[in-house]
Design a protein around this ligand. Structure first.
Ligand SMILES: O=C(CO)COP(=O)(O)O
Ligand SMILES: O=C[C@H](O)COP(=O)(O)O
Ligand SMILES: [Zn+2]
Ligand SMILES: [Zn+2]
Length: 340
């Protein structure tokens, strides 16, 4: 199906919120990982979100070109063509954009969509994330208010972060500290600054101990109840039940119980990157080890073209990554619920 229009994206998110499920949001960095994601959503009969980080966008432009806008634009255009062949609704999103990359990533991409919309076309991406976790809350919210206005002009939903996601965030490593847990005060200040939907729709990354990456049991302490606390605090003030549409960062390695509890408090998007990267790469490793003599030219031997053809291991990688996405859709209960 065509990439989701802003109206379809809004309907997807509204249904997820109303019916208590969430969409996997899968990071991609290539046509192979994109096709794996689309295949996974289709096999799960789940609508979904495909997202590109600043690092992923830079890589997509070519490892020596390193142009984030070129990479993100190329991915979005390629996705528009191939997504048509999958019977599910897919929204395109850009992941964590810190302050020092706004002018090289999020702002130019919003501008491209504003120009497209002015020409009567659909926005290039359906949502963009502003990651203000590295600046003070006041400045985070000031920038968020400005970006929300710009996104709304292009019919784009904004994602924003209050609190901090631990672990690797595109090269920004965060130590584990109390900032990993958003407070009701932060949430109230957020609603004050950017409203609860009336100033433009946004998805909130309120953090509850989230950490990017996968760690040994016990290293991460998720407290999903933090989300209930902030929803209750802001809901009481604005007279809205679960006023925030929430996103769960660092989805890889989370237990089914943690996922389901977070979704029950209003999470409608869960980001998964590490687990899907591993799912993609594991069969590649197996292919190389199993076909050692075929993939290497050793002592004059020419190897086996069929085994070092990127499609040989690429198909196995895509199959495994797609299976991990089916699992995510089942965990988040978006499976079987694609919009008709
Ligand atoms: O939050 C993420 C992308 O923004 C993904 O986190 P994981 O790599 O832990 O799944
Ligand atoms: O939060 C960051 C995401 O996990 C993606 O980052 P990455 O593309 O550098 O892995
Ligand atoms: Zn962050
Ligand atoms: Zn994240």
């Amino acid at each position: 199906m065509p990439i989701a229009t802003p109206e379809v994206y809004a309907e997807m998110l509204d249904r997820a919120k109303h019916d208590g499920f969430a969409f996997p949001a899968i990071n991609v960095t290539s046509s192979q990982t994109l096709n794996a994601a689309l295949r996974g959503f289709a096999e799960a009969e789940s609508d979904g979100i495909v997202q590109v980080s600043t690092g992923g966008a830079e890589y997509l432009s070519g490892s020596t070109v390193k142009d984030m806008v070129v990479g993100a634009t190329a991915l979005a255009e390629y996705a528009r063509v191939v997504a048509d062949k999958y019977p599910v609704n897919i929204a395109l999103h850009t992941d964590h954009c810190p302050k020092d990359k706004l002018d090289g990533f999020m702002r130019p991409l919003i501008k491209i969509s504003q120009e497209r919309v002015a020409r009567g076309e659909e926005p290039l991406f359906q949502s963009h994330m502003w990651d203000g976790s590295a600046v003070e809350l006041h400045e985070n919210l000031q920038i968020a208010a400005e970006l929300l206005e710009e996104c709304a002009k292009a019919r784009i939903i904004m994602e924003m972060e209050i609190g901090v996601v631990g672990g690797e965030e595109d090269g920004v490593a965060n130590e584990i500290n109390e900032k990993l847990y958003t407070t009701p005060g932060d949430a109230l200040a957020t609603a004050e600054a950017v409203g609860v939907g009336e100033k433009g729709r946004y998805i909130l990354a309120a953090t509850f101990g989230n950490v990017h990456g996968v760690y040994k049991p016990g290293s991460v302490k998720l407290r999903p109840e933090v989300l209930k606390e902030i929803q209750d605090a802001v809901g009481a003030k604005y007279g809205k039940d679960k006023p925030f549409d929430l996103v769960f960062h660092g989805g890889s390695g989370s237990s089914l119980e943690e996922i389901r509890e977070a979704v029950s408090y209003g999470v409608i998007k869960m980001n998964i990157d590490t687990d899907t990267q591993y799912a993609f790469t594991r069969p590649v490793a197996e292919h190389m080890f199993r076909n050692y003599d075929g993939v290497l030219k050793v002592d004059g031997e020419v190897g086996n073209k069929k085994q070092y053809d990127p499609r040989s291991w690429g198909k196995a990688a895509e199959t495994a990554m797609a299976a991990r996405i089916v699992e995510a859709a089942e965990n988040l209960q978006s499976a079987g619920k694609k919009l008709k």
